[in-house]
Design a protein around this ligand. Structure first.
Ligand code: ADP
Length: 485
């Protein structure tokens, strides 16, 4: 099958979160299943710099956008995966991340930027972009590509469309006049189209018009059909439930492998867990904490935003820090108020809490390898990757039971400990007390080295590779191929 995979970020070119990881891994896993999958994303400077030997394939006019848009062709670094970059310097040749200026604010013209990108993807999908290649299926991801299924729906001879929701909280909402600015058909301005409470919704383009929808975990597919997690789109999603599937993300087993990880101090496996201790010492040293083997070391990595529940963690650990012997390492960036709270906690407990306010791939690996416990108290979590990295690195996760966290972590109870299925700790309520109770349960088990070792090993042997998920996507694509008219 020929699959065009459209995304606004892909590791290792450019990444702000889980979408980047998925876009870097899933296409490769599909290629390993012998599918002709090709990536398309905007030609950000970071992406252009990392791809060797880019060739100009075509020059397109995409009214109403000014200037010719070039399609560049290369390969995703260290792979044979074909890559198309949509080169429109006026829109993409900028510092900052794919969505925000260096000052952290969204680019004012995001609607135009991703409106243009969608137009280019549509041309490629219809084999009108000079690529001499006709995909069977276009796989779109998140609001940045939401207009693609909407625009393709107007064509009879078109590929099948799949839209994956990586995070429903980000919807791409813009003022109503944006519709005309993007040169879109006024017929799309409709409650059963792109209109959402008086605004233009990019994500609705995917949710309404795609042939099929997926979320990145089975539990999240259910949750978004409820008012609590549906953001007013729950009715639409429930209406489309027959065309909505949850497929759990995998993790990149090459990038995240404690036996070969170049970022960590000492490689280890489930058979050589004693080596993990060297990584703990390296982590403590790197973060300026006292080097202590038996002090339980908790870690948090992630965006410092409400979704990730870092405030729950800060509230929950405060009394524990006063009472128990433990250490905490935090790695993340995000909202200024939460960053400040993290800095305050570090200042209050300098020899127990350490952190790095910033984004650092290398530190993330070191933290996963060196910590004893990984805390991920998300308020909602479409899939979540860090808890799976933690499981693979023998760092049992403590998670809130939601979305992908509920689907990947098995709570330690007398029964699951006995039958060997336990892999971590989970709690239900969005409340620091509930998290604290789970952390205390974890500390209790940590004090029993043999039981703890078993828990680490049980997590490490679980299969979270992309292979299984890639097969599920392949089968789904097959069902979406449209017969010629
Ligand atoms: P989300 O996509 O909601 O941010 P995920 O858990 O799905 O959350 O994916 C987050 C990814 O980004 C993981 O690969 C994680 O290691 C990485 N990450 C997040 N924050 C940081 C950071 N400050 N430094 C390094 N990696 C980070």
């Amino acid at each position: 099958m020929k699959i065009l995979f459209a995304t606004s970020e892909a590791f290792p070119l450019i990444k702000t979160g889980g979408l980047g990881d998925v876009s870097g891994s899933l296409p490769r896993a599909l290629k390993a299943l012998r599918q002709d999958v090709r990536l398309i994303l905007p030609a950000y400077p970071a992406a252009r710099e990392r791809v060797a030997r880019l060739r100009v394939m075509a020059e397109l006019e995409l009214p109403p956008f000014p200037g010719p848009v070039r399609i560049l062709r290369g390969r995703l670094p260290s792979t044979r995966l074909p890559l198309y970059l949509v080169d429109a310097p006026l829109f993409f040749e900028r510092a900052g991340d794919p969505y925000r200026a260096p000052d952290g604010r969204d680019w004012q013209d995001n609607a135009l930027r991703f409106g243009l990108f969608a137009q280019a993807v549509v041309r490629a999908a219809l084999n009108q972009a000079g690529l001499d290649w006709q995909p069977d299926v276009v796989h779109c991801n998140d609001w940045q590509t939401g207009l693609v299924p909407a625009l393709l729906a107007a064509h009879d001879e078109r590929p099948g469309t799949l839209f994956t929701i990586h995070n429903l909280a980000y919807q791409g909402l813009f003022p109503p006049q944006t519709l005309a600015e993007l040169g879109l058909d006024s017929g799309l301005w409709h409650i059963d189209g792109l209109e959402f409470h008086g605004q233009l919704s990019f994500i609705k383009g995917g949710l309404v018009f795609a042939d099929h929808l997926t979320t990145v975990s089975p539990s999240y597919a259910e949750e978004i059909q409820t008012p609590r997690h549906g953001y007013g789109l729950e009715g639409l999603l429930a209406y489309r439930r027959d065309r909505l599937t949850g497929i759990l993300n995998g993790i990149d087993y090459e990038e995240w492998n404690p036996q070969t990880d170049p970022y960590i101090h000492t490689p280890y496996s489930s058979d050589t867990l004693e080596q993990k201790l060297s990584n703990k010492h390296a982590l403590q040293e790197a973060f300026g904490l006292p080097v202590r083997a038996r002090t339980p070391l908790f870690a948090f990595i992630g965006r410092l935003v409400e979704q990730k529940g870092v405030d729950l963690l800060l509230d929950a650990v405060l009394p524990l820090l006063a009472q128990e012997d433990l250490q905490l390492v935090i790695l993340g960036t995000g909202e200024a108020a939460l960053e400040r709270r993290v800095r305050d906690l570090i200042a209050t407990f300098p020899d127990r809490v350490a952190g790095h306010i910033g984004y650092s791939e290398g530190h993330a690996h070191l933290v996963e390898a060196g910590a004893d416990l990984f805390v991920m108290p998300s308020r909602f979590e479409p899939c979540g990757l860090n808890q799976m990295y933690s499981l693979r690195y023998g760092t049992p996760p403590v998670v809130r039971r939601t979305g992908g966290l509920a689907d990947t972590v098995v709570d330690s109870t007398p029964a699951t400990l006995k039958d060997g299925t336990a892999t971590g700790f989970s709690f239900e309520l969005d409340d620091p007390l509930a998290l604290r109770e789970a952390l205390q349960r974890a500390l209790k088990l940590y004090a029993r080295p043999a039981a703890w070792r078993r828990l680490m090993q049980q997590g490490m042997i679980r299969d979270f590779s992309w292979q299984r998920s890639a097969r599920a996507y392949r089968d789904l694509y097959k069902s979406l191929i449209r017969q010629p008219h």
